[in-house]
Ligand binder design. Structure first.
Ligand code: ADP
Length: 268
């Protein structure tokens, strides 16, 4: 969180403000004839929490998937930390693929549907990336994986398989797995929307903690209360463009655009 901006929680950030962590410029994406992103730009500074809201189908998920190249943008530029990747190039170079691999480590993703490996335990899920991708020694990965499971309140579930965990627990394992890669930014794609309402809070609480620790976060969510409390900035998207963005108070309490107003009437 960024103390230059005010969120309701008013938790001081632990990172210097103003250092650009992620920048997307003029991102375009189409699926066949459907133009899903029509030139979306976003800059997120270190320690900032940015919430992206908007009606279903407006391109929010596609946009954050473009940020770590789970979707390849047709046009634009993505920069994460000092890694700059131009988009829309038809020719794949080895250098570009290597940059994208590095960028995915820096920008970890938490998915709506958890995407845990069903055949691995909670700990197995958390240590897989550090061992396979970062080349960490198994004993080190286990030690840090256990700490991360404790951090998300699941130390006692280390040996359970996902099928024996609740949705909220699965999502918290997924958050621990994302953190195990020691990312610079975590991208959350509707992290609570697959959960029963009573399980939202445990996941949101873990995310609040992470924001309080100073993690840079981009969160696609309809959780208005969370956005009020935790976001430094709210971005409202509709029809593949950013309609308006600003402080939570501005966008959530006094939105200027009719699309934002009608959306907030529906989700509130
Ligand atoms: P949001 O997250 O705002 O609900 P999405 O980014 O998921 O929006 O989807 C935007 C539009 O793109 C929707 O019409 C969706 O059906 C379409 N879309 C998303 N992914 C694909 C895909 N892989 N292939 C074809 N269409 C897609």
């Amino acid at each position: 969180m960024n103390s230059q901006n005010s969120n309701l929680a008013g938790v001081p950030h632990t990172h210097p403000a103003g250092v650009c962590q992620i920048r997307a410029e003029n991102i375009h994406k189409r699926f066949g004839n459907l133009e899903v992103l029509k030139g979306v730009s976003l800059t997120v500074n270190k320690g900032e929490v940015v919430v992206i809201m908007g009606p279903s189908g407006s391109g929010k998920t596609t946009f954050i998937r473009c940020l770590n190249f789970l979707e390849e943008p047709d046009q634009g530029q993505v920069m994460v930390c000092n890694l700059d990747v131009a988009c829309g190039l038809r020719v794949a170079s080895r250098e570009r693929s290597s940059k994208i691999r590095q960028l995915r480590v820096k920008a970890a993703m938490v998915f709506q549907s958890f995407n845990l490996y069903p055949h691995m335990t909670a700990l197995g899920n958390v240590i897989e990336g550090p061992i396979q991708v970062l080349g960490m020694r198994r004993d080190e990965a286990v030690k840090s994986g256990e700490q991360l499971l404790a951090k998300v309140g699941l130390a006692d579930k280390r040996d359970e398989h996902p099928s024996r965990l609740s949705g909220g627990q699965k999502q918290r394992v997924a958050i621990a797995r994302a953190l195990a890669m020691n990312p610079e930014v975590v991208l959350f794609d509707e992290p609570t929307s697959a959960l029963d309402p009573e399980l939202h809070e445990e996941v949101l609480q873990t995310m609040r903690q992470l924001a309080g620790d100073g993690m840079t976060m981009i969160v696609v969510t309809h959780e208005v209360k969370f956005a009020h409390e935790v976001a430094d900035r709210v971005v409202f998207m509709a029809d593949g463009v950013v309609v308006e963005e600003g402080l939570p108070q501005e966008i959530l309490v006094n939105p200027q655009h009719p699309r934002t107003r009608s959306f907030l009437r529906l989700v509130d």
